[in-house]
Design a protein around this ligand. Structure first.
Ligand code: BES
Ligand code: MN
Ligand code: ZN
Length: 501
């Protein structure tokens, strides 16, 4: 979509639609007030008639209001003015985007980016607006013969209060675009079914991405190479599948050669049936989303490459299917990981940690500044945090805080859980160095405890995205999370004074 920025007067816009905010109790935002004056108080009059009072989630489309230069005016409820927070702003943007995309308007000018939200400047406000309109515009209809109703909207302008804000607004636009494109890619990969989005397909998509950036190199290791490296844990999961496993390595070099890289590791189980410890069939289709960690990491790499960040970032994506078969791992099997630690596979459905542990050990060779793994790892995380926050566990408090901050800045939030020594006891095995499950209690924490045993040589954080990576029900589909969080974290690593070129 064509997105641009300008400073403008609402009443003068010859647009198909002008978007204006209204607070609760019919309190007009300042742009809405200007428009109201130009229209001889018609907005006030219409609101008084009772169709809308400004509650969050409300919207009202008006056509050909006398005195305005535009075809439509979209009024959007913002809730109470004194409660107008970041999340209220996002909700307003979402309501506005959905109403706009449903309408026949081919272009629009939105004044919502001029609303006051704490200390936020135009950069942040525009960036959020870009992410949200692009998110609303996404349709998962590639595989449908008849496409879902395609929006008419082609062009949107976000306004700023004055030319002084132009530079930061443009940066916000660039960041918003990059994050939107990264999340769209993550959603696209996530939504593809397991029969299309195989480990080989994921590797091909990563390779395709590398063609668009001179700073990005991609290679994929196959089974033979993994055998040579001794990745017995990863390979044990792949054994039950006809699809060859891949270890995808994406290397983005935006910093100096000598700069230590940040490593992102993404769980890429392209379908998780549970293996021999097979899952119940209800909603099993949703286990095609078990590669959303990989998709999020690939999406973040796309954003980093687009923004040309001055950092070195490496993505490692272990990828395979988890299926039952005569050759599949069985409960009780003992496998040897790349680290040399032996693992008793008490439940073949706890496969994510088995592929991640070898990817984590593999990461050591990059002498990383930090390693962040991203995985749809535990159903327990969905129970603990629901769909609003990713679970965060880390062996380094500073790293954990940077990620929590990045989550808050971007609106793609995480919440920290403890990684105390006491929980490690639950992973005791009578026959191997460690068991791959830790019992019913604290499932998200014991999964992270398992990973921590393979992350002793670097600063490491784990994001359990099981609750946030996709939505179920009538809106079933990948969300693109945590692309925004990861990209924000990486942006923050460029230093406070860093400005996009
Ligand atoms: N991919 C699942 C986790 C999952 C389940 C995410 C449901 C989102 C929704 C993972 O591989 C898994 O099966 N985990 C098991 C671990 C258990 C066997 C210790 C789980 O959470 O049930
Ligand atoms: Mn599983
Ligand atoms: Zn899984």
């Amino acid at each position: 979509m064509d997105i641009s920025i300008k400073s403008a007067l609402p009443e003068q816009q010859k647009s198909a639609c002008v978007v204006l905010g209204v607070f609760e109790r019919r309190k007009l935002s300042s742009s809405a007030e200007k428009m109201d004056k130009a229209c001889n108080g018609q907005l006030t009059k219409i609101l008084k008639s009772g169709d809308m009072d400004g509650k969050a989630g409300q919207s009202l489309m008006l056509h050909h209001v006398d005195g305005s230069a535009c075809e439509r005016i979209l009024l959007v409820g913002c809730g109470r003015e004194k409660d107008f927070s970041e999340s209220a702003y996002r909700k307003t943007l979402k309501t506005a985007s959905e109403a706009l995309l449903k309408s026949g308007a081919r272009d629009a000018v939105s004044f919502l980016t001029e609303l006051n939200i704490g200390e936020h400047g135009s950069g942040w406000k525009i960036r959020q607006a870009v992410e949200i309109i692009e998110h609303s515009r996404y349709r998962a209809d590639h595989l449908k013969s008849e496409k879902d109703n395609a929006p008419a909207l082609r062009k949107i302008i976000f306004t700023i209060p004055g030319a002084r804000e132009l530079k930061t607004a443009k940066q916000g636009l660039a960041i918003g675009r990059a994050i939107a494109a990264g999340s769209a890619l993550a959603r696209e990969l996530g939504n593809l079914p397991g029969n299309i989005c195989t480990p080989t397909y994921l590797a091909a998509q990563a390779t395709k991405l590398a063609k668009q950036s001179s700073k990005l190199k991609v290679r994929a290791l196959g089974q033979k190479q993994m055998e040579t490296l001794g990745m017995g844990a990863l390979l044990s999961v792949a054994k039950g599948s006809r699809q060859p496993p891949k270890l995808i390595e994406m290397n983005y070099q935006g910093g100096k050669k000598t700069d230590k890289p940040i490593v992102l590791v993404g769980k890429g189980i392209t379908f998780d049936s549970g293996g021999i410890s097979i899952k119940p069939s209800a909603a099993m289709d949703e286990m095609k989303f078990d590669m959303c960690g990989a998709a999020g990491v690939i999406g973040a790499m796309a954003a980093v490459a687009e923004l040309k960040l001055p950092l070195n970032v490496i993505a490692i994506i272990p990828s395979c299917e988890n299926l039952p078969d005569g050759a599949a791992s069985k409960p009780g099997d003992i496998v040897t990981s790349m680290s040399g630690q032996t693992i008793e596979v008490l439940n073949t459905d706890a496969e994510g940690r088995l592929i991640l542990c070898d990817a984590l050990t593999y990461s050591e060779k990059f002498k990383p500044r930090a390693v962040i793994d991203v995985a749809t790892l535990t159903g327990a995380c969905v129970i603990a945090l629901g769909k609003h926050a990713s679970g965060l566990l880390s062996n380094d408090d500073r790293l954990a805080h940077s990620l929590l901050d990045a989550g808050n800045d971007s609106g793609d939030r995480a919440w920290q859980m403890p990684l105390w020594e006491e929980y490690q006891e639950q992973l005791k095995s009578n026959f191997a160095d460690v068991a791959n499950i830790g019992g019913r209690e604290a499932g998200t924490i014991t999964a992270a405890c398992f990973l921590s045993r393979f992350s002793k040589k670097f600063k490491w954080a784990h994001l359990d995205i099981a609750g946030v990576a996709w939505e179920s029900g009538s809106n079933k589909g990948a969300t693109g999370r945590p692309v925004a969080l990861l990209t924000q974290y990486l942006l923050n690593q460029c230093g406070k004074s860093y400005q996009l070129p």
